[in-house]
Ligand binder design. Sequence first.
Ligand SMILES: [Zn+2]
Length: 124
Amino acid sequence: MTIGEQTIGECDFCYKQGVVVKKLYDNYGEWIMNRCDHGCDKNNHYDSEPDDLFEIISINKLSEIPFYESLWDVRISFDKNEDNVRAIALTRYAGEQEDSLRSDIMACRNRNEIQKLNKTIMQY
Ligand SMILES: [Zn+2]
């Protein structure tokens, strides 16, 4: 993999938009994805967003491909409103457990941070 020039775009690791990213190329020189140039954690694009008041309703594993990835269906209610429930599909590494995913979700401040729990699985 080669790291190319800087540009403004969307990061394929944390899904932030309008941030400074570096283009990543595969060994054949094909552009494959962008990554935050200053690191996904340091580029606090969402810091101005308010915290969400949320509660986990359910966490269900939909499928798992051994040694590769697991797919989860997470239902979360926002603002203590039973009518405001969102289904969020999250891709995690294989072997993820409900407990560890739950604690990762509880550590999030808002729905954008929950979305960022998606793991990007690299394919070679
Ligand atoms: Zn990023």
